[in-house]
Write a protein that binds this ligand. Sequence first.
Ligand code: NI
Length: 207
Amino acid sequence: MRTVRWIAYGLVVVVVAAVALVWVQRGGLSGFNAARIGVSVPGGVSVGGPFTLVNGQGKTVTDADFRGRFMLVYFGYTFCPDVCPTDLQLMTNAMELLGKDAARVAPIFITVDPARDTPQVIGEYTKLFSDKLVGLTGTPEQIAAAARAYRVYYAKASSAQSTTYLMDHSSFIYLMGPDGKLSALFSQGTTAKDLADGIRAKLAGTS
Ligand code: NI
């Protein structure tokens, strides 16, 4: 049994090394240099893209509606017990720190749980943080397409009871430029000040 286990470990090491090698050859960290405190995206990987979703008032919203402004995008779900509220509060605090520059940025919360996050649910939820926070939902297909474009992973974590399940989801904060392209990527654990500074640096580059 021990031999089998070591062979399995060896295989994992080989696979990880191969993936790392391919990634480095394709540009690695040098391909995309996000904001100072941001996260780097491997070169050649496109993040973001068109979406057609529904806002808290039941109105259809597309990415084109935000063109000319930055979008601060976060994917999550309103039933999330901890991570999403923390990150949405972080975004809200960063927006406040931006002062009048905040007018150039649209904070957006896109649900990965359209089954429970109806337009009304997401509209009421985002108001708990800020009137400026745009909550978006849609059909499962619309959400899947948006998540795919943003390289968001999400899945139901538990299906013991149909209405009380949790969702696993990746939790990056995306800063999209006025052209709709990725400007910077922020990970969990960023402070509101660092997030605001990172956004301001990008705003300065495009004013
Ligand atoms: Ni969450």
